[in-house]
Structure formats: C-alpha cells, structure tokens
Ligand binder design. Sequence first.
Ligand code: BEZ
Length: 394
Amino acid sequence: MNRRIVARTGWLMLAAVAAALPAPEPSRAAEGAKIKVGLMLPATGTYAALGTAIENGFRLYVQERGGKLAGREIEFVRVDDESDPAKATDNVNKLIKRDHVDVLVGSVHSGVAMAMAKAAKDSGTLLIVPNAGADAITGSMCAPNIFRSSFSNWQPGYAMGEVVAKRGHRNVVTITWKYAAGDESVGGFREAFEKAGGKVVKELSLPFPNVEFQPLLTEIAATKPDAVYTFFAGGGAVKFVKDYAAAGLKGKIPLYGAGFLTDGTLEAQGPDAEGLLTTLHYADGLNTPRDAAFRQSYAKTFKLPPDVYAVQGYDAAQMLAVGLAAVNGDLGRKAEFIAALGKAPIESPRATFTLSPSHNPVQDIYLRQVVGKENKVIGVASKALADPGRGCKL
Ligand code: BEZ
C-alpha cells in the first residue's frame, strides 16, 4: 500500500516537472516526418561487442514492426563513442545540435552515459539508456525525460551480496575497474554483504580498460579470502576469467560476479568460465513464450544467440514504442509521453518489468550458473529489486 502511495506521489510530481521542461520543438508528426534516433554506442574498444548487440536488439524490434513505431518511420544516426568519457559531451552534442535527433539512445559506459544524461537534461531531449548502470542517472541526475531499459550498477551487486552471505562466506576481496560501474557494483555488493554479517577485507582495482590483472591476482592469492566478487565486462571480462584460472585460483577461491562477467563472453572464455555463479536481470533457460519468441527472432536475423545487451536494446525500442503509442507518434506531447511510459508494464524477454519513480527497471535479478555456453538460470536471487534512486528529486 505504502509503495503504491509513494509511486503515485512520485508520478504526480513527475508530471508537474515534465510540464516545466524546455518548450518542445514544433511537432513533426502531422507532417509524417521520420523519427530520428541518435544511437551513441561503442563500435570500437573493449565494449564494442556490447554496442553491436544493443543496436541489433533495437533494430530488431523496429524491423519486426515494419520499420515504423506508432506509424512513424524510424531513421538512425550513429556515433561511435569509443567508451571514452572525454569525448562524450562533444559526441552527444553532435547528435543534439547538428543532427537534431528526436531521441538519444546510449550508451554502454557509465562515464559516457552520465555526459549524455547531462546534455539530455539541459536540452530536454528524450534519452533512453540501454546499458550503462551509473547509479546517478536514475539517482541524483534523474530527470523526467531520462529513462533506462537496463539496470543500475547497484542492482546485480546488491543481489550477489545477499547470495554470497547466504553461501556462508565471511571475508571477501573485490576486484574491478576503477570507474563508476566498478565502484558502484562493489558498493551494492558491500551494502548487502556487510548487512548480512560479511566483511569486504580488500577492494582491488585497476584503471579502465586495463587488463594487467597479474599483480592483483597475486595479491588475492596472498590474502586468501573466502571468495572474490568482481565486475568486469566485454573483452576485459574474457581476459579476467582466463587469467583467474591460469593463476591457479579457479577451484581454490570461489569467484562471483555481476553477470556481465559471463554474458556474451562464453565462447571466448571456454572451460575457464564453467560453473561460475553470477547475478543479472537476464539468463538463459527462462523458457517463457516471450523470451523464446525473442531468441528465435534474434538468432534468425543475426545468426547469433542473444545476450543481455541485445535484450536491453530491444527493450529500449519497446519503451520508445510505448511512449509513442500514447501520443499517436507526436513527440511534441512530451509530458504525456513521459507519463505513459512511466507507468507502463514493459513486456521484456527477461520478464515483464515496470519503472521506478526515477525511471529505472524494477526487476527480478536471476542467479545464473555457467553450463557449457550458457548462463543457466538456477533461481531468482532478488525478486522485483528496485534501485533506491538515491538523490533523485523528481
Ligand atoms: C557501465 O559502464 O555501466 C557498464 C559497462 C558494461 C557492462 C555493464 C555496465
């Protein structure tokens, strides 16, 4: 009951703030103009494959609807953001000011996405974040026109903190890249793990996207913790899992991670990933009709199995479609778009989710185990987990 009241109050406030957004540009819906989607994703670097999967997922949803959402053709403008926060403000401003996109979709890297969120907030451009988990995007930087189809960094970390404590581990070392995603993933883990009586005895890190893990692995071996918790993704995750095994730690000190450690990476990690336990909002083997249809369609189109990034891209397009349907394709009716999307159930392949008052998915976090080339679901680590949205003042 209380949650419902809080949610409703949040929405009333949201509608009021939405009305105060910068004045929308004259509507182009009546002219039947295309909707311009600015895709700002990495096409190079350690997160390149993640960017490709997100774009594939987004395009698949649009393609399944004949290239149109709410009767409007979708046109794409793309920027390779290289997962480089230093270039992010220039890159996003190209999309907003030069290309005059209607909607921004991006990005993978938390630092890049925070620059996008600032530009979206300042300009009033609609932004859908299809991966980056930076807590601030749906926390202190939240805005009526900013939505996320993925997760907050806190979510999988928090869920794994509870799992590791329940498995009886007491002293844990964490290891990650030193930037928002790593810090916040470890922060979520630490919060739940220490609340349950555990202790994070050492936090190890290296700069993104470095992969010289050896000295840190030597330190883990010397510390002899009960277990290790980690956040790595993309190419870095492949190398970390292989190096962990090569250092002789696999089978000696249990390794747990946010699910990015083994998503979209299993082909390259091979047997070194076998048996790893991770937490994430998607998994293999969900066996629902919605997921089966998505997986079949994705595999047929791209000749690849989908991963979590593909799901997030697909759902970003789906969220745009939900908002557009509510305003008959007229993005000039921004406050109505925002109100409709904020309360809609999103029929995701991961399972149906809703958005929190700060626009982050409230979703089940699955516990998964690597079996061969799959992240098999073995349970729900945390049911309908909502990010606390700390600092969001909508
Ligand atoms: C991030 O930077 O937020 C991120 C990157 C890859 C996977 C998950 C999160």
